[in-house]
Write a protein that binds this ligand. Structure first.
Ligand code: NG6
Ligand code: CA
Length: 505
């Protein structure tokens, strides 16, 4: 008996040692995947077994938020720890936008580097590149970019799938570009002789736009922005998931012997949705559903790579999304027609672009073998806390000023604390304050409804207050009945605003 106890305590000591090694971090950042789009969050007409396996052995959050209801500001907030509404120019970035994160700024990847990690960014970037908007030479190294804000390695799509330039950038150089056919990009005017989706719809062999997206034609799909040249470097939409997943896997293989931090921003399920043929028809929901299956495949490949590299148990994996779902985001891909009873937004109101919950309440799964309390958590958590929370995880002390709006929430993220934040500020057309029980939406004169995307934007010239404990669908505005609560939440918002807009670095 004594012997067994000794043995047991011995193995615990070893387990303790293992846990003390710096864990790798893999952040899988989906694009536009909604709260209800994954089977572990209740979807039934699409199966996501690879994501679900992580959810089953990890913590699955039901009250987790992106910093905003679109991509650029959410990513800005996640990488800097600063609410994007504090900074001008953090709205959806054009494909030729300059880098929107000041290289002088402290960032999540810089913190990881200081803690001894090798850092990599693979996939969707959408934070701008270069020093000046519209002035990039896409045939040379474009800087500043991922490297200047803390990523040792990058293999990215500069903006989005629907924005030119439609090329991969590896370490900030276009991959496969032929100097005899240089890339030219403009967001103001077309290049003489270049055909567009608007004037030459017969070129749109793969997808036609439903709104916007009628400029440069690349791979039978028209985009936002004009582009000329770079033929040998152009991506094929059906191969994007393969290409970026392979590079994520390679990054893991190459760095398996030292601590690494990988940001893997998938193109799925942003428009234009054009999954590889091996995923087509995997759901009855058309490209949008099949793109979710493709996303799940990418997750499976990353998990497999971690296991094959022998680092799976010592890697903390996060799966989340940059904003809520949208069904028709500008291409005729049958997403609307085939949606039927699938609810991408889960039980919430609104969607991408919206101040209502579905704009920012996103799937959020934390998996770390043996180090999380597995199960479901209703703690209020936000991607804005990644900087502070990972600093806690890797034992890196940084000043309050550098943390900005980011809070240390490791205990909640590992499933041990069910409270999380006291409140989080959300941003879409206007600002919101969410506590565990209440949601306040600032008055806004903005459009209440986006007819193109069929989204309720949540804008209302009056105060809106919802009791989230009994009305998480935000249908019953109880602001006039609860003036004290409105005053209390407005006060929080005023105090947050008073901390500063456009703060000095
Ligand atoms: C919109 C695009 C939409 C999408 C979005 C950004 C049109 C008509 N719509 O302007 O398709 O690209 O910007 O999405 O152009 S995000 O997820 O990257 O924020
Ligand atoms: Ca997005």
């Amino acid at each position: 008996m004594k012997k067994i106890t000794a043995l047991l305590s011995g193995s615990f000591a070893v387990a303790g040692l293992v846990a003390q090694e710096k864990p790798n971090i893999v952040l899988i950042y989906a694009d536009d995947i909604g709260y209800g789009d994954l089977s572990c969050y209740g979807a039934t007409r699409v199966q996501t077994p690879n994501v679900d396996a992580l959810a089953n052995n990890g913590v699955r959050f039901r009250n987790a938020h992106s910093a905003a209801a679109t991509s650029t500001p959410s990513r800005y907030g996640m990488f800097t720890g600063e609410y994007p509404w504090r900074r001008k120019g953090t709205g959806v970035a054009a494909g030729d936008a300059a880098l929107i994160i000041n290289p002088k700024r402290y960032t999540l990847p810089k913190m990881m580097q200081e803690a001894g990690y090798t850092t990599g960014a693979v996939g969707k970037w959408h934070l701008g590149m270069g020093a000046e908007t519209g002035k990039q030479n896409w045939n040379e190294r474009v800087a500043p970019g991922p490297y200047e804000i803390g990523f040792d390695y990058s293999y990215i799509m500069a903006a989005t799938g629907d924005r030119v330039p439609c090329v991969y950038m590896e370490n900030q150089r276009a991959v496969g570009v032929d100097p005899k056919d240089p890339i030219q990009v403009s967001y103001t005017q077309n290049f003489p002789g270049e055909r567009t989706g608007k004037d030459n719809p017969e070129l749109l062999t793969k997808l036609r736009p439903s709104h916007g997206h009628d400029m440069a034609v690349v791979n039978g799909i028209s985009r936002i922005g004009f582009m000329k040249g770079g033929k040998s470097a152009l991506w094929e939409d059906e191969n994007i998931a393969d290409s970026i997943t392979v590079h994520a896997v390679r990054f893991i293989e190459r760095n398996k012997d030292k601590p690494f931090f990988l940001y893997f921003g998938t193109n799925d399920i942003h428009v234009p949705r054009y999954p590889h043929e091996r995923f087509r028809g995997k759901t009855d929901m058309g490209h949008r559903g099949d793109a979710i299956v493709q996303f799940d495949w990418s997750v499976g490949e990353v998990v497999r790579a971690l296991k094959e590299a022998g680092v799976y148990d010592n890697t903390l994996i996060i799966i989340t999304s940059d904003n809520g779902p949208v069904v028709d985001d500008g291409y005729e891909d049958e997403a609307v027609e085939r949606l039927k009873d699938h609810k991408p937004w889960g039980p919430f109101r609104g969607g991408k672009y919206s101040t209502f919950e579905a704009g920012t309440r996103v799937p959020f799964i934390v998996h770390w073998t043996g180090n999380v309390r597995a199960g479901v958590s209703d703690a209020l958590v936000s991607q804005i806390d990644m900087l502070a929370t990972f600093s806690e995880l890797v034992g890196k002390d940084i000043s309050e000023a550098k943390l900005s709006d980011s809070q240390k929430q490791l205990s909640a993220w590992l499933g041990n604390d069910f409270q999380g934040r006291n409140y989080v500020i959300g941003a879409a057309g206007s600002l919101t304050v969410l506590t565990k029980d209440w949601k306040y939406i600032e008055p806004s004169k903005g459009n209440p409804y986006n007819a193109h995307t069929n989204t309720e934007l949540g804008n209302n010239p009056k105060d809106q207050l919802f009791n989230m404990t009994i009305d998480r669908g935000e249908y019953d505005n109880v602001a006039t009945k609860n003036p004290l609560m409105v005053r209390f939440l407005k006060q929080i918002l005023e105090e947050e605003k008073a901390k500063g807009i456009g703060l000095e670095l």
